[in-house]
Structures are given as C-alpha cells and as structure tokens.
Design a binder for this molecule. Structure first.
Ligand code: ADP
Length: 616
C-alpha cells in the first residue's frame, strides 16, 4: 500500500476507534444520568404556553382522609366525591383507585352498594386496573360494570433516578392488553376510537407518537409547569363550575396513603393521579415529544465524526481547531434545539463522539505533522552528512592524483618513475570512481531503492583485496596486519559492497590504534556461518559507546581526541551492508585495550558443496 493510502486508512481507523469508544461511553449509566439531567433541564427551560387545561384532579388529600375516617372509609369517600362530581357534569371521570377487593362485613357491603350506585350514576367513567405479578388486578365486576373503560394505572419509573418521564400507553399481561388510564380518559372524553399503527396511536385528529417496543408504547409526558388544577374531594361541590366539561382524575394525593408517589422531572414529588392527568394533558394539547431512535442517534454521531475527520484533514491549522470547536458546540446544542422541535436526542452519546473524534483527529494530525517535520529534518541532515562524508572520502584519492600529475608535469622523471605515477593516477581514479559508485549505492540502499547484486564470490578474495589496500595505510603508522587463518567458502551478494564493508573495519582498526600495534584477521566457518573478525590493540570503547557505534554520524569522544578524522557514517553503512547480505555484526571492546569487530556472514563452504554433490 502506498504511504498516503496507509495514512488515510490509519486516520480512518483512529476516527472509527474514537467513534466506537465514545458511542459505548454514551451507553454507560453516567451518560444516561447526564441525558436525564439534560432532558429535565430542557423541560424546565422550555416555555409552555399556558392554556386552560382540559383536566382537573379531584384529590383525596390528607384533610379528606382525616375528616372522613381515613383509608378504611375510602369507598365512602369515593362515593361521596363521585356523587358530587357527577352533579358538576364533567366530560369524563377517571378513578385512579384500584377497586379490586370487596369487603365482607355488613358496613362494607353498604359502602360498596353506595359506591356501586355512585359509579353507575357517573357518565363516561374510566376505572383503573394495576399490574401485579399474576396479571391484571381489575375492579370487582360490580364496579367494573359501571365503567365505560378500564385503563391501567401503571406508571413508568426510570430505573436510575425514579423519575416518571414517560408513560406506557399500552401494557400487556397474561395476553390481555390494557390502554393507559390517561389514554382511555382521552379517548372517552373525545368520543373517538383508538386507531393503532406500529409507530403511533390515533384518537380523532390527534396522532400520538408512541412506537410499539419491548416496553409497550412509551409516550413522553410534557408536564405542565403550573401543574394541574386540583380540588380537594371535600370541596367538589363548591368548585362544581371548575369541573364542568373537564376530564376529572379522581385519586389519592395524601402522602401517607398514596400507593404511588412519583417524581416529576423537576424533582417534585407528585401523586400517580397527577401523572395521569399530565399525560392526559400532553395528549389533549397535541404537543408531543418524540424520542429519536438509536439509528438517528448513531447517524448524528457518525456525522460529527466525519465532520471532525474532514476538518482536520483538509483545513489548515487554526481553522481546523475553529471547526472542531464549532462541531463540539453544535453537538452540545443540537439536542436542545431539536427538543424544542419536539425531538428528544440523547445529549451524551453524540457529544462524547464529537469531543473524542475532534480530539482524536487533532492528536493524529498533530503527531503526523510533527513526524513529517522530524523526518524531513533528519533526511536533510542525513543528506548533508552524506555529502560531507563523500567529500571527505574523495579527498585522499584526489590529492594523490593531483600530486602525481603535478610532479609529472613539473619535473622530467625517469620512465620507471613516470610509469609508477601514471599507474598510481590510474588506480586512484578507479578508486574514486568506485567510491562514487559506493556512495550512490549506499544512498540507494538506505532509501530502500536498490536491488543488490547477487553474485557469487570467494570470501578470501574480499579479505585479500582489502588487506592489500589497507597495507600502505598501516605501514605508514607502523602497524602490522596479519591474516591468521585461511578464509574458506563463497559469499553471495554484492562484492563491491562487501569489500567496502570489510575495508572499513580494517581502516578503523588502523585509524584507532597507536603506532607499533598489531591488527589480526581471523576467519572461522561453522555450518553456513563465516565469522570474519578484525582485532586491534587500539583505543577501544566502553559499553555505552559500543551501543551507539552503528548509529549514523556517531563518533566516540575517544575517537575525536585521537586526532583521526572521520564522519561516523562508515559503521552504519557496514551494518546495513552486512544485514542486506543476511548477516550480522558482533563487537567486543575494552577502553585502552582494543576492539574486535566480527562480521557473521552466510557462506557456502567448498567441503559442504562437495559433500552435497557426493550425497546426490
Ligand atoms: P568514523 O571512523 O568515520 O568516525 P565509523 O562509523 O567507521 O566512523 O565509526 C564510528 C565510530 O566508532 C568511530 O568514530 C569510533 O569512535 C568508533 N570506532 C570504530 N571502529 C573502532 C575501533 N576499531 N576502535 C575504536 N573505536 C572504533
């Protein structure tokens, strides 16, 4: 794969990773809590135009219970309240008290009879049932027969914070489906049937968005900030006018007795009957909130990731950061804006995605740009150093050529001397050409562009050529060089490069040894490995220096102080050449005692070849 292609895929990978992590984080409890907080905050700050409410709560409050004999007398209280409610001519009456168990005593029976009569006298009556483990807990048949409908009074409570934000309009137990009390009250008050589709419910003109899912048909309740008008059950007749043509929700609000005290998004404790009334009002106003599905949320998050990716890929510097800021601000505000349009998006998921994608993209680009910069800087310095090295290496043959040619022109020399000088010019210019070739080869080798030659040549040839070449240098420093063991076998690869490498080891040994010392070359072959070692008695190196010597342009302090010129590039090239030939380098050294550089190369030994031939 090309470098830009690889980079693009890596960038996409980083962004996808950010997306996945942030999306998963959006599903955590913490994120859900943030979403709830944002939801509650938005509901609190969303203005709701006050319009005369369509419902009214008749509350069996603390005072009613106190004055009328407490919960023991609930049926009488209900009967009395219903009698007065009916007289006020409401549109419908929903009773949020489960009338499931009958009394057995004589007074109970008379109470039940009064309640039965009151229920039968109530027009458009909706009774409630509750969800119990065994199924539906319905009103007793004598009460149920008075009802136009029976709706469930089961309130949905959020598992995390106990707030009732939604009401399931449909619940099924024991294969029996019940609409919610509020929905039944709405249907009956409108005198219209419920038409259902998977996505919503239709009552008359009103379409209620309540998609059918695993948890029934949840409908988000829009709580009225001013609350629902509430009249105490004790004072119904005094407020008869307020009840006229309204849908009445009759239920217990007394803290001590209410079966279901719930929390609204404002954190206020309200009774179940009030929650039903608010749900009813939500339907009556037709101003619904829809929950955005998981797919839309994911879609929005993907858009943020793509935007972050594009911004950092195509915009320069500060503009990318400005775009990232815009993306994050959008992610943080879009849910609020959409909420006002009636669409509820979670805040945390897409916001996390926007944050993480922007950070991921920014970090990636930052490091990428820095790496590019570092690479081009090191390339530049490498190139400069390489030129320096080439110039340095060329100086010696050039000086020799220059000197010899000057002598030949300025002096009349005997023929033998002339011949010697012209031979020297010839060999030095060949060396120069070789040097240029080596320089180019090494450069290409470093860039990874070079196909190495693959010729077969005797290892001994390489050693002898280099030995001959280094001899004058050594004798100038009165350093003796010996080849202590015969060199066996053939190598495969580039002879020129291999000579360069071995010659480098020899010149280093001579360069970094004091006059009068000895350099020894040993060769040993085992299996297919040839160890070619150059041991000197020179300045040596300590362990720390040893670690660095194959780094380009590294020179030890000791080498600098020895007065020997060098570029610190030779050994790095040696190592490259050896590894390109499938071999490796080994070095041991001790300061002041000397060093031993060993090339370990793949070799074919004559005796092995012979053995192979015989085997065949
Ligand atoms: P150069 O000799 O041009 O400085 P090299 O890459 O050949 O560059 O060597 C790198 C460094 O390794 C040398 O500068 C020197 O410090 C150290 N070095 C190499 N060979 C020897 C040796 N035989 N003895 C001591 N130090 C050595």
């Amino acid at each position: 794969m090309t470098e830009p292609g690889r980079r693009t895929w890596l960038y996409i990978g980083v962004l996808s990773g950010c997306f996945v992590i942030a999306t998963l984080a959006g599903w955590t409890t913490l994120a859900k809590r943030i979403d709830h907080y944002a939801y509650d905050l938005t509901t609190a700050i969303t203005p709701v135009t006050d319009y005369g409410s369509d419902s009214i709560v008749v509350a069996i409050d603390e005072e009613t219970l106190r004055q009328r004999g407490g919960m023991r007398k609930i049926r009488t209280i209900l009967a009395e309240a219903l009698e007065q409610i009916s007289a006020a001519q409401p549109k419908a009456v929903a009773v949020d008290v489960i009338l499931a168990d009958g009394g057995t005593g004589a007074s109970d029976q008379s109470e039940d009879a009064r309640l039965e009569a009151a229920l039968h006298d109530t027009k458009n009556l909706i009774l409630s049932c509750d969800l119990v483990p065994s199924g539906w807990e319905d009103p007793l048949p004598l009460f149920a027969s008075a009802a136009a409908a029976i709706g469930h009074a089961h309130s949905e409570v959020d598992r995390l914070d106990g707030v009732s934000r939604a009401l399931s309009l449909e619940e099924t137990a024991n294969h029996q489906r019940r609409w919610a009390l509020a929905l039944e009250a709405f249907r009956i008050s409108r005198g219209q049937p419920i038409t259902e589709s998977p996505e919503d419910l239709q009552v008359g003109e009103v379409t209620i968005p309540a998609p059918l899912g695993a948890s029934g048909r949840p409908m988000l309740i829009r709580y009225l900030p001013s609350g629902i008008t509430t009249v105490s059950a004790l004072r119904v007749s005094q407020n008869a006018l307020a009840l006229k043509d309204k849908t009445v929700f009759l239920g217990i609000t007394a803290l001590s007795a209410a079966r279901d005290r719930l929390l609204n998004p404002d954190g206020i404790n309200i009774a179940g009957v009030e929650v039903h009334a608010h749900a009813f009002e939500t339907m009556a106003r037709g101003n619904f909130l829809r929950s955005a599905g998981n797919l839309s949320t994911l879609g929005l998050s993907i858009l943020f990731t793509i935007a972050a990716g594009l911004a950092f890929a195509f915009l320069p510097g500060w503009m990318a950061y400005a775009a990232a800021l815009a993306i994050i601000i959008t992610a943080m505000t879009v849910p609020f804006y959409l909420f006002w349009q009636g669409l509820v998006f979670p805040l945390s998921g897409p916001a996390f995605v926007a944050w993480l994608s922007c950070s991921g993209a920014a970090t990636y680009q930052h490091f990428f740009v820095r790496r590019q910069l570092r690479r081009s800087e090191s390339e530049k310095s490498r190139y400069q150093q390489a030129i320096h090295w080439a110039a340095h290496e060329m100086r010696t043959p050039l000086t020799a050529i220059q000197g010899s040619s000057e002598i030949m022109t300025n002096y009349s020399l005997p023929e033998a001397k002339q011949k010697q000088l012209s031979e020297m010019i010839n060999s030095e210019s060949k060396r120069l050409a070789r040097l240029i070739q080596t320089f180019l080869d090494v450069e290409r080798l470093a860039e990874g562009h070079m196909e190495m030659k693959r010729e077969v040549f005797p290892a001994a040839g390489v050693v002898n050529t280099c030995l001959r070449r280094v001899e004058p240098l050594a004798s100038r420093k009165t350093i003796t060089i010996s080849l202590d063991t015969p060199v066996e076998g053939t190598l495969t690869g580039d002879r020129e490069l291999m000579e360069y490498a071995f010659y480098n080891l020899l010149t280093n040994a001579v360069k970094y040894s004091p006059a009068g010392t000895h350099v020894s070359i040993t060769a040993s072959a085992r299996g297919d490995a040839l160890r070619l070692a150059v041991r000197d008695e020179g300045i040596g190196m300590d362990a720390k220096e040893l670690k660095n010597i194959f780094r380009k342009f590294y020179r030890t302090q000791r080498a600098e102080q020895s007065g020997e010129v060098g570029t610190g590039i030779g050994l790095s090239i040696v190592e490259q050449i050896v590894t390109h030939h499938g071999g490796r380098m080994e070095v041991s050294s001790e300061p002041g005692k000397g060093s031993c550089f060993t090339m370990i190369l793949k070799v074919k030994l004559q005796r092995n070849i012979v053995a192979e031939t015989i085997d065949r």
